[in-house]
Design a protein around this ligand. Structure first.
Ligand code: CDP
Length: 227
């Protein structure tokens, strides 16, 4: 069993905020797997590669260099040496990421990059298929969920705080569409691993979820040690 934590869940369930904070508290590295799909989507949009051309997108995935680096200011994402940390958070990138994430060949390339990242020490990995496909042997697995209304409010707040204009209804419609696409695709659909612990964060703040996960980690550890 690999000494790592996976957190999967739908869009805006709080995985990133919780994952980063958990990694910070434990002194582990943080793997934002969605950033890989977003980075490739950013490049596809920039190079005007049509999103309905699987072969062209697979080719693009193979020739694109994606790097994640942690600094004191947080995680930074690079595509072929360009810092795209901010740019990949645009809503058009979110949608494009979800479209190309349904392609098996693209996922195969991303899986390699994500496993390579995690090969160097203890990691908190966050995404859609971390516990099910990429790290099935992870020691601690969580599925973080929240009701759609609450997730839409969180994503809306986040966009407004970044100076973006968006209506709550539109944000909600986009999340619904993306969740639907992510959960129904043939490869690595969004869903909890059989051995993941389900956490509903609808009524919990970030600190409360992190405390809860830390508590659960201790319980799981104790029960595994007693076996
Ligand atoms: O932050 P948010 O949850 O909205 O999105 P994200 O985690 O950055 O992921 C963006 C998109 O990448 C998702 O809608 C998924 O389609 C895809 N993704 C995936 O397929 N597998 C992962 N492990 C992570 C993200």
């Amino acid at each position: 069993m690999r000494n790592m934590i996976t957190i999967d869940g739908p869009a805006a369930s709080g995985k990133s905020t919780v994952g980063k904070e958990l990694a910070r508290r434990l002194g582990w590295r943080y793997l934002d797997s969605g950033a890989f799909y977003r980075a490739l989507a950013w490049k596809a949009l920039r190079e005007e590669v049509p999103l309905n051309k699987p072969e062209a997108l697979s080719e693009l995935a193979k020739k694109t260099r994606i790097n994640l680096s942690s600094s004191t200011e947080g995680l930074r994402i690079f595509v072929d040496g360009h810092d795209v940390t901010q740019a990949i958070r645009e809503e058009c990138v979110s949608e494009a990421a979800s479209i190309l994430a349904a392609l098996p060949e693209v996922r195969r390339v991303m899986l390699g990059l994500q496993q390579e990242f995690a090969a160097r020490g203890k990691v908190v990995a966050e995404g859609r298929d971390m516990g099910t496909v990429v790290f099935p042997d992870a020691r601690f697995k969580f599925f973080l969920d929240a009701e759609l209304e609450e997730r839409a409010r969180r994503r809306h707040r986040e966009l407004i705080s970044r100076g973006k204009r968006a209506s709550l209804e539109k944000v909600k419609a986009e999340l619904t569409e993306r969740d639907q696409r992510d959960s129904t695709r043939d490869v690595a659909p969004l869903g909890p691993a059989e051995d993941a612990l389900y956490v509903d964060s609808t009524h919990l703040g970030v600190g409360e979820v992190v405390d809860l996960l830390l508590h659960k980690l201790k319980c799981i550890e104790a029960s595994q040690n007693n076996k």
